[in-house]
Write a protein that binds this ligand. Structure first.
Ligand code: SF4
Ligand code: SF4
Ligand code: SF4
Length: 584
C-alpha cells in the first residue's frame, strides 16, 4: 500500500494514500465529529460538522490554512491538518445552531434521547439553543406503516436516502423541493404505505436522530400483560439475545440470553420461549421442501422465506421469482401457529385468549403479522412483534435492573433450540442449517462434519457447491435486498446456476436488522458490527450439544404428537403460507 505523510495537530503520521482527512484522523485515534457521514454509504460533506483546517504544499512552500470537510477531502503528501482550533469550534457550533433553528427539540420524550448523534454533539459543543430565529416548518408525522417518519426532527443528512437506495436497492425516499423547503419524502408526496417500501427499517438504523423510528407496540403489550384473562407468551429470535445487551451498555458482541429470559419473566410473561425451536422446525420443513423440489422437478432455485423484508421486496421487484419462494412461514409465524393450534389444544385454551408476542430484530416482522394466510387457528398467529429496541424499552420502563439480573432459562415445552437454529440470525446461517439437514437425508447417514463454513461471513453474495453422494447441490447466499437484486439478476441472466438460495433482507442478516440497537456512525466506522454480532451466534452454535435441527427433541415431539411428518398435509395447513405478486 502506498503511504503518504501528514501532520495532524502538530504530530506526524504515515497514512494510506487516498485516505480522506477523516480516515487519516481516525487512524491516528483523533475524533472528528460527523452527522451526515455514514461509512461507504453516505459521504457527501453536507452537514459541515467535520470542518477542519488544512494547509497543503504549494511548490516548495506550504499554502495558507483553509476550512475543508474532512469526510470527503483527500489527504495529500505533507499536508498539515488542524482538527480542534477555536475557529473550527465556532464553525461547528454555528452549524449546530443552524440545525436546531428548524428542529423540533422535544428531547424529553424523543425515542432517540441519550442515543442521538445531534444531541451528543450539542452537549459536547455546549449548544442548547439557536441564535437564528425565523420561519420553521411543521410536518405531519407519517405513521401509516411500521416505519414512522417525523420530518420535524430531520436534519436532512440523507443517510436514510442513501441506505434505502444504495444498500437496499429500494429508493422510495428522497429529498423533495429545494433550499429551505427541502424535506425527505416519497415521490408525489405519497405516504410510505403507498410506496413499495419493504419495512426493512435500515433507514431507521442509519438515521442519526429521532426522525425515523418503528411503531411502538410496547403499551399494547403492557396492557395485555395486565389482563388476567389472557395467556401472554413471548418467544425471542436468535439474534435478540446477541444484541439486547447493547441497550444496557454492554459491548457489541455480548450474549445476554440468561438475563434477557430473566427480564422477560420479571415483566410477567406467562411463558418465555426460544424461537430457535421454530427455526429448527423451519429447517426441517424447508429442507424437505427443497429435496422434494429437486427430486420432482419442482420450481428451482428454491429461495428461503424467513425474512419478511426480502419477501416484500420479491413481491414488488421480482414477482417472477415468487413461485421460487419456499412456502414455509418464518420462524416467528411458525411459533405463533404452533402455540395457537398444537399448544392451545394441549392446554385446553381458546386460541383467541392467547396473546403471542415475538421479540425480533426486525421492523418488517411488524408488517408480517398482518399478512394474509398467517392465521392457522383462525386468529393471527402472532399478535405483536416487538423489536430488540422495544424489548429494551419495556425492561427500562418496568424499572428492571437488567445488569443485576441472574441468568434464567427458557420455559418448557419450547425451551430447546439447536445450534443450527441459533445461526439463523447471521447471513448464511439458514443455508448452513438447511445443509446440515438435507445432507443427512440425501446421504442417508449421520453427518460427521456439520460445519459448512463456505457460506459463512459478511460478504454480500456467497456461493458454494456440495457433492452429496450422486447429487451436486449448488447454493448461493445474499444479504441486503441490494445484493438480492444483484444475485437474482445473475440467475435471470444465466450467470449463476444454483438450486437453493438464502436471502436475508438486511445486510449481514438479522444481527443487523432494522429493529436492532442503533450504534452511532462513529462505532459503525470502527468495527464491522455484522461480524461482531454474528460471532455470538456462531459461538452459541459451537457450544451447543445439539448442532442439527432434526436432532431437536421438541421438534421430534411436534411431529410425533401433531404434524405426523415433515411437509404433511397438516404441516402445510399450519406451517406454510402464500405470497402476492405485487409489482411496482
Ligand atoms: S432528535 Fe435528538 S436532538 Fe432532536 S429531539 Fe430527538 S433527541 Fe433531541
Ligand atoms: S424501511 Fe427500508 S425500504 Fe422502507 S424507506 Fe426505509 S430503507 Fe427504504
Ligand atoms: S430522516 Fe434521519 S437519516 Fe433521513 S435525512 Fe432526516 S435525519 Fe437524516
Amino acid at each position: 500500500m502506498d503511504m503518504i505523510n501528514v501532520v495532524i495537530n502538530g504530530k506526524s503520521y504515515s497514512v494510506a494514500a487516498g485516505s480522506t482527512v477523516l480516515e487519516a484522523a481516525k487512524a491516528a485515534n483523533i475524533d472528528i465529529p460527523t452527522l451526515c457521514y455514514l461509512k461507504d454509504i453516505n459521504e457527501i460533506g453536507a452537514c459541515r460538522l467535520c470542518l477542519v483546517e488544512v494547509s497543503e504544499k504549494r511548490g516548495s512552500a506550504m499554502g495558507p490554512f483553509r476550512m475543508v470537510t474532512a469526510c470527503v477531502y483527500p489527504c495529500t503528501d505533507g499536508m498539515e491538518i488542524k482538527t480542534n482550533t477555536p475557529k473550527i469550534t465556532a464553525s461547528r457550533r454555528m452549524n449546530l445552531e443552524l440545525l436546531l433553528s428548524n428542529h423540533d427539540q422535544k428531547c424529553l420524550s424523543c425515542v432517540r434521547s441519550t442515543n442521538c448523534e445531534l444531541q451528543t454533539l450539542c452537549r459536547e459543543y455546549g449548544v442548547d439553543q439557536s441564535r437564528f430565529k425565523g420561519a420553521t416548518h411543521h410536518y405531519e408525522i407519517d405513521d401509516r406503516t411500521p416505519i414512522i417518519r417525523d420530518n420535524n426532527k430531520c436534519i436532512l443528512c440523507r443517510r436514510c436516502v442513501a441506505t434505502c437506495a444504495k444498500v437496499q436497492a429500494v429508493g422510495v425516499i428522497g429529498a423533495n423541493n429545494r433550499g429551505f423547503d427541502t424535506y425527505i419524502g416519497s415521490a408525489f408526496e405519497q405516504a410510505l404505505s403507498e410506496t413499495s417500501c419493504i419495512n426493512c427499517g435500515q433507514c431507521i438504523v442509519a438515521c442519526p436522530v429521532g426522525a425515523l423510528y418503528e411503531r411502538d407496540d410496547t403499551d399494547a403489550v403492557f396492557e395485555a400483560l395486565a389482563n388476567p384473562d389472557k395467556h401472554v407468551l413471548i418467544c425471542t429470535a436468535p439474534s435478540v439475545r446477541a444484541q439486547l445487551g447493547e441497550c444496557f451498555g454492554y459491548e457489541p458482541g455480548t450474549d445476554v440470553e440468561g438475563k434477557m429470559v430473566a427480564a422477560l419473566k420479571a415483566l410477567g410473561f406467562d411463558g418465555v420461549y426460544d424461537m430457535n425451536l421454530t427455526a429448527d422446525l423451519t429447517i426441517v420443513e424447508e429442507a424437505t421442501e427443497l429435496i422434494g423440489r429437486i427430486q420432482n422437478n419442482g420450481v428451482l432455485p428454491m429461495i428461503t422465506s424467513c425474512s419478511p423484508g426480502w419477501i416484500k421486496y420479491c413481491e414488488h421487484y421480482f414477482p417472477e421469482f415468487v413461485d421460487n419462494l419456499s412456502t414455509c412461514k418464518s420462524p416467528q409465524q411458525m411459533f405463533g401457529a404452533v402455540v395457537k393450534t398444537y399448544y392451545a389444544q394441549k392446554m385446553g385454551w381458546n386460541p383467541a385468549d392467547i396473546v403471542m408476542v415475538s421479540a425480533i430484530p426486525c421492523t418488517a416482522k411488524k408488517f408480517e403479522v398482518g399478512r394474509p394466510d398467517e392465521s392457522a387457528a383462525g386468529v393471527p398467529d402472532v399478535d405483536f412483534a416487538i423489536t430488540t429496541r422495544e424489548v429494551g424499552r419495556m425492561i427500562q420502563k418496568a424499572g428492571i435492573n437488567f445488569r443485576a439480573l441472574d441468568d434464567e432459562k427458557f420455559d418448557d415445552p419450547f425451551a430447546i433450540g439447536s445450534g443450527a437454529g441459533a445461526i439463523f440470525g447471521a447471513t448464511g446461517g439458514v443455508m448452513e442449517a438447511a445443509l446440515r439437514y438435507a445432507a443427512e437425508i440425501i446421504l442417508g447417514k449421520k453427518l460427521e462434519k456439520v460445519d459448512f463454513t463456505e457460506v459463512r461471513g459478511t460478504e454480500g453474495i456467497k456461493t458454494a457447491s456440495y457433492q452429496l453422494g450422486d447429487m451436486t447441490v449448488n447454493v448461493a447466499v445474499a444479504s441486503s435486498t441490494g445484493m438480492a437484486k444483484k444475485l437474482l439478476n445473475m440467475v435471470k441472466n444465466g450467470e449463476l446456476d444454483v438450486q437453493f438460495i438464502e436471502i436475508m433482507g438486511c445486510p449481514g442478516g438479522c444481527v443487523n436488522g432494522g429493529g436492532q440497537p442503533i450504534q452511532p456512525a462513529k462505532v459503525r466506522m470502527s468495527m464491522d458490527l455484522r461480524a461482531v454480532r454474528a460471532a455470538v451466534l456462531y459461538r452459541d452454535d459451537a457450544d451447543c450439544d445439539l448442532r442439527k435441527s432434526q436432532d431437536n427433541l421438541a421438534v421430534q415431539t411436534l411431529y410425533k404428537e401433531f404434524f405426523g411428518e415433515p411437509n404433511s398435509h397438516k404441516a402445510h395447513e399450519i406451517l406454510h403460507t402464500s405470497y402476492i405478486k405485487r409489482g411496482l
